[in-house]
Design a protein around this ligand. Structure first.
Ligand SMILES: [Zn+2]
Ligand SMILES: [Zn+2]
Length: 333
């Protein structure tokens, strides 16, 4: 769908009325599997859709769409689906994400990526080191420059990178080395400013080591911050509370990014977090990977699926709620 091979859309059409989307993610992480718990995002979204399908004859008019949105972890699947028009006729969207506590709204940081490919000159690292130009030094210098930049950074921004190529063998001065960085901020203007500074860090490193640098900026897959929608949050909260869930206090510092942020910038959208792991379990960790298949995850998935089905039903039953969500969306930034 929309050029995304493993995307899907299941539609339940019961006549004229609003179109409500329930989003499923199902991609995993390299090396640490389902340490973001997307298995339970997919299961709860499909579960909500199945519950509504089971009572389709009693549903008010409208369309319920369960949309499979793969490639969240870096691939920008939802960005491609937005560009492909998949959300064009959708009035409101929701999905849940696993976490270590129940939270109704968590801000998301805008994120962009940049890679740097340094080229130097190979030489024997012991016999002829002065003949070499060390591309790995340029990578290390880039990391050091970024570390210094980090001290001057606003607290709601993040820069983090990995070395993607560090040379072939210790006895060869590396002629090629590369690194990739993510740059994040709650504010898109500041994110671009930081990206320019990170690029300058790499260019400075190239100059000081005598290497050349190729900058590859992935500016077409920028994840945008999450736009808050109180009308939808309120509806979801009422359902979650009726299921016996006690909401945790808001968290200000554990900030990530997701392409659902982009969806929230085009239609009213929520992504509440559900508890699938013991308190203080970091996500993208081995502990969270284990939690994603635990009994706690099973309980959380069922509860979140019920709350999404109930919220979808609220939206179909009460067109004024859809209008409130859309009016708020137009009003807020
Ligand atoms: Zn993740
Ligand atoms: Zn995730």
């Amino acid at each position: 769908m929309a050029g995304v091979e493993t995307a899907f859309r299941a539609t339940l059409d019961t006549g004229s009325g609003p179109t409500i989307a329930i989003l499923c993610e199902y991609d995993a992480l390299p090396a640490i599997g389902h340490a973001c718990g997307h298995n339970i995002i997919a299961t709860s979204g499909a579960g909500a859709g199945a519950a509504l399908a089971a009572v389709r004859d009693k549903l008010p008019g409208g369309r319920i769409q369960v949309i499979g949105t793969p490639a969240e972890e870096g691939g920008g699947g939802k960005i491609r689906l937005i560009k492909g028009g998949v959300f064009q006729s959708v009035d409101a969207a929701m999905m849940i994400h696993g976490f270590d506590r129940w939270i109704l709204h968590q801000d998301l940081l805008g994120i962009t990526r940049a890679s740097f490919e340094f080229r130097g000159k190979a030489a024997h690292a012991s016999a002829d080191p002065w003949e070499g130009v060390n591309a790995l030094d340029a990578v290390i210098q880039t990391f050091n420059n970024v570390s210094m930049l980090r001290q001057q950074m606003r607290p709601d921004a993040r820069i983090h990178g990995i070395v993607t190529n560090g040379g072939a063998a210790p006895n060869i001065i590396p002629e090629f080395a590369s690194a990739m960085f993510y740059v994040r901020s709650i504010n898109l203007d500041y994110m671009w400013e930081l990206q320019r500074k990170v690029i300058a860090c790499a260019e400075g490193a190239a100059k000081s080591t005598g290497c050349t640098v190729k900058v590859i900026a992935y500016n077409d897959t920028v994840y945008e911050p999450m736009k808050r929608n109180e009308a939808l949050i309120g509806a979801y909260r009422a359902n979650l509370t009726s299921l016996g869930v006690v909401e945790a206090p808001p968290l200000v510092d554990r900030l990530g990014s997701s392409d659902v942020g982009n969806v929230s910038q085009v239609i009213p959208t929520i992504q509440p977090l559900m508890k699938i792991a013991p308190d203080n379990t970091p996500i993208h960790s081995r502990a969270f990977e284990a939690a994603a298949v635990s009994p706690l995850a099973r309980t959380g998935t069922l509860t979140a699926a019920k709350a999404m089905a109930m919220t979808t039903l609220d939206l179909l039953t009460d067109p004024a709620l859809v209008k409130r969500a859309q009016d708020e969306f137009k009003r807020t930034k």
